[in-house]
Design a protein. Structure first.
Lengths: 88, 244
């Protein structure tokens, strides 16, 4: 842990979040809040239709993420039972 | 080709449409700006109807490499919304949109020295064929084994291509038939069993990198059986589609 704490604003997150979001999504590591299972995003159970996708934990079946695309084309990511998503 | 590239939808035109089986087709597309792909990757395909309705599906690339050409292997899903159109109706000159290449997980890297085991159920052969072709194209020395489970010989996508890879391409090829085997084939038609896997798959001691692609039930059975035999779960990469 660094001893020096900076007080900045969200602009300062642009770098680390750009790094995070440019990672290949299939290789992200995802952790289930309900059962604690963790593994590659590629391994989760997904149901997909025209409206969006629901990602479920293969261990306990709880919903991890809901991804929706609205009519205007914007994409929404809802964190349901995902405790953590990490780069590999 | 890496994850740092921003994902954009690209216009692609169908250049060739080659029937592979009665219910599958190989589509060759030309996509200006396409950055090339790695063996095992896929694309999302978007079709837009005249009324603006859009449908998106994922299809594996049957061939990896550089250039603006994309090869898709598409199997018809009965009652599907998109695949029957791609398998039976789309023709050279028609346009669609592609997003990709996608997926960095189910990918074979030619600098990985491990022996490779490929296991396909039905149309799950498509990304594995890209890996086998890439291994031959790279002229590297990793030993490859490929186990392909299909209903009947007539249902095997890329069948002739795989036979060539098996005969002189350096890929050790094993077929399994779930409904009907060809004349003179030794063995019984039926679902892939633990015994079939024992005979076809590299032993645990060889520490193979294993790729399994197919319907969900098939992939689950194969992965579970291989883990029970002692293969580390982390060495087994899976890609599932449809089915129960």
């Amino acid at each position: 842990m660094s001893a020096h704490v900076e007080h900045v604003d969200g602009n300062a997150l642009a770098g680390v979040l750009a790094e995070f979001m440019s990672t290949d999504a299939a290789t992200l590591r995802i952790t289930c809040r309900h059962c604690g299972a963790h593994g590659d995003m590629a391994e989760v159970d997904v149901e997909r239709d025209a409206v969006g996708s629901i990602a479920r934990c293969r261990g306990c079946g709880h919903t991890l993420l809901v991804i929706l695309r609205d009519a205007g084309g914007s994409i929404r990511l809802r964190f349901e039972g995902a405790a953590e998503i990490a780069t590999a | 080709m890496t994850g740092s590239r921003r994902a954009v939808w690209r216009e692609a035109a169908v250049v060739e449409s080659i029937p592979s089986t009665s219910r599958s087709r190989v589509l060759r597309l030309q996509a200006p700006g396409w950055p090339g792909s790695l063996p095992g990757q896929h694309v999302d395909v978007r079709l837009t109807a005249e009324d603006g309705y859009q449908a998106v599906r994922s299809y594996s690339l049957g061939l990896a490499g550089d250039g603006e050409s994309i090869e898709l292997g598409v199997a018809e899903v009965p009652d599907g919304e998109v695949s029957p159109y791609l398998v039976h109706d789309i023709a050279p000159g028609d346009a669609l949109e592609v997003l990709g290449p996608l997926g960095g997980y189910f990918v074979w890297h030619e600098d990985d020295p491990s022996p490779v085991q490929l296991i396909a159920g039905g149309s799950g052969i498509v990304p594995l064929r890209a890996m086998a072709r890439a291994r031959v194209a790279a002229a590297t020395s990793q030993p490859f084994r490929l186990l392909v489970s299909v209903k009947t010989p007539e249902d095997a996508i890329y069948r002739e291509d795989l036979e060539v890879l098996g005969a002189d391409g350096g890929v050790d090829l094993t077929w399994a038939y779930t409904r009907a085997a060809p004349e003179g084939w030794k063995g019984r038609a039926g679902r892939v069993t633990a015994e079939i896997l024992d005979a076809a798959v590299w032993p645990v001691a060889e520490d193979p990198l294993i790729f399994v692609c197919g319907p969900t039930g098939f992939v689950e059975f194969v992965a579970r059986t291989l883990v029970a035999r002692g293969h580390p779960a982390g060495r087994i990469k899976t890609e599932r589609f449809g089915g129960a």
